[in-house]
Ligand binder design. Structure first.
Ligand SMILES: Nc1ncnc2c1ncn2[C@@H]1O[C@H](COP(=O)(O)OP(=O)(O)OP(=O)(O)O)[C@@H](O)[C@H]1O
Ligand SMILES: [Mg+2]
Length: 369
């Protein structure tokens, strides 16, 4: 799969831009703050119906404007698909494939897969469990529509149950029958989510290990374990047993919304004991494994967006990554504030690339290198 062209109107720091891309390597170069990452974000938006960096769509509208539009043409096999989205203050977001508008945005997820590797990804290793759950959820959702729907139903039921607990606290009494109706929903959707997460990690782990070993080129043992309160416990029973604690906390303290994924290496927990380089290689391997799994399930190579990744790795690891880029990966977008470095690296592997020079929200010129 590849993105053939991109059109932006009032998206972040772009007033208007019209671009055509190479099916292989596209390099966006330009000074800090020029708009390189914003361009990747526009591509991410077309794939996932939302920005990777901005919490709300409105933050993506060019300052002092009231709407933005992002449009792109994807080629999958021999067919072309035009995706367009527009966001206007005070109106519902519009998302279209060709002429038909989606009823549910979630129907778009997974159709045009894009993987972003960005400096912030390190939070997958360093931060709390939420970032890890989000990473795995988004991956499984791209493969399994039902999973995404179960997750939305689960979160909805959880919210309702939590507000009952909160109300009970304010009122000083609780209607356990009403709570129980939500317990059944949490059990129904949560048990299915649990099984799918467990199965997914089983499939993901060997692929992840293969990439980690490839990047670090040493036999360093790494592990990734799915951690859930549901392991060895019935969902309804667990909810029942934590009732008093839930009441005191005013929220549901048992369930798959508390799951985590434990990343370890030989020395122990990678969050505490991994070096920066090990952590970065770990994250990179997670993303490359994501690429391979999506490719296997969808039969198309996802587009890879590499934001400032050369800054994060030593030369040997970069060399191995480039080897992968040359042989296995599909269409790529790479940003770099130092054009000479990227040019040199690509030259080393005899790879042709299309260069885009980004300057202050304008993409001025492009050249073949
Ligand atoms: N909604 C918006 N309207 C106008 N400008 C915006 C908006 N959102 C972000 N920007 C601007 O875009 C610029 C940042 O662009 P971006 O992050 O793409 O830069 P970059 O080229 O990736 O820089 P770096 O090399 O530092 O990573 C910032 O100056 C920011 O103020
Ligand atoms: Mg950037």
């Amino acid at each position: 799969m590849r993105l053939e062209s991109l059109q932006l109107l009032n998206f972040k720091n772009y007033k208007e831009v019209n671009l055509k891309f190479s099916p292989r390597i596209n390099v966006l170069v330009g000074k800090n703050g020029s708009g390189k990452t914003n361009l990747l974000d526009a591509i991410f938006f077309l794939s996932s119906t939302k920005s990777a960096f901005s919490a709300s769509d409105h933050n993506c509208i060019l300052h002092d404007q009231s709407h933005f539009m992002v449009k792109g043409t994807f080629q999958v096999g021999s067919s072309m698909h035009e995706i367009a989205s527009s966001v206007q203050v005070g109106a519902k977001k519009i998302f279209r494939v060709g002429r038909s508008e989606y009823q549910k945005l979630s129907d778009h997820i997974g159709k045009f897969p894009v993987i972003l590797i960005a400096p912030d990804d390190i939070e997958l290793v360093k931060e709390g469990s939420e970032a890890r759950r989000k990473f795995f959820d988004s991956m499984i959702s791209q493969l399994d529509r039902e999973y995404l729907e179960d997750l939305m139903h689960y979160n909805h039921a959880l919210k309702q149950r939590n507000s009952l607990l909160k109300m009970a606290h304010d009122r000083g009494s609780i209607d356990w029958i009403a709570v129980e109706s939500y317990d059944h929903l949490l059990d129904k959707y949560g048990s299915s989510i649990f099984e799918k997460r467990k199965g997914f990690v089983r499939e993901f782990l060997p692929v992840f290990r293969k990439f980690y070993q490839f990047i670090v080129e040493e036999n360093e043992r790494t592990d990734l374990a799915y951690v859930s309160e549901l392991i060895g416990k019935n969902f309804l029973e667990g909810l029942f047993q934590s009732r008093q604690r839930d009441l005191a906390l005013q929220r549901t303290s048992f369930g798959i919304h508390r799951d985590d994924y434990l990343f370890t290496m030989e020395e122990g927990d990678i969050k505490r004991l991994g070096s920066q380089g090990q952590q970065k290689s770990f994250v990179m391997s997670l993303k490359l494994a994501q690429f391979e799994i999506l490719k296997k399930h969808n039969g198309v190579k996802p587009i890879l967006l590499l934001d400032d990744i050369f800054d994060k790795l030593d030369d040997e690891r970069i060399a191995r990554l480039l080897e992968l880029i040359k042989t296995d990966l599909g269409q790529l977008f790479i940003t770099d504030a130092r054009p000479d470095r990227t040019r040199g690296l690509l030259h080393q592997i005899h790879a042709e690339a299309c260069f885009f020079i980004v300057e202050n929200g304008k993409v001025k010129a492009h050249e073949q290198s």
